[in-house]
Design a protein around this ligand. Structure first.
Ligand SMILES: [Zn+2]
Length: 128
């Protein structure tokens, strides 16, 4: 996935930087000019989407349903989940159901999934 990545330092505008470890699984960069440490927007956003997808998958939503909700092709969702499983990455922060519900509600095609998430939330509060 070679997307456009903004690697410019937010502090001094320099494009010269080096990889500088990871924070919560997100690649950090350090500016060679001023030493400012930052993450790249695209990577951070993809990471959040990944967490959402994996959490939804854990709750039993299908790749297609998740893809439709998040406007990704379902094979992308499948790849994220497989990659995560292969890496055995336990650092992944799972997303709160309420947060997922709000996210689904904010999406054009999210009403159906939001309704299902709402049911999940209710069933957690009142176990049958
Ligand atoms: Zn800088």
């Amino acid at each position: 996935m070679e997307e456009f990545k903004k690697k410019t330092c937010r502090k001094c505008g320099s494009q010269e930087n080096v990889k500088w470890g990871k924070r919560n699984g997100v690649q950090c960069h350090r500016c060679k000019q001023c030493g400012f440490q930052f993450t790249i927007e695209v990577e951070r956003r993809a990471r959040v989407d990944e967490c959402r997808a994996i959490t939804l998958h854990a709750w039993g939503f299908s790749f297609r349903a998740i893809g439709k909700l998040m406007s990704y092709h379902h094979t992308a969702i499948m790849r994220w989940i497989n990659e995560r499983a292969a890496k055995n990455d336990d650092n992944l922060p799972l997303i709160d159901l309420e947060e997922l519900y709000n996210f689904a509600m904010s999406q054009k095609k999210g009403k159906e999934i939001a309704a299902k998430i709402e049911l999940l939330m209710k069933s957690q509060v009142n176990p049958v």
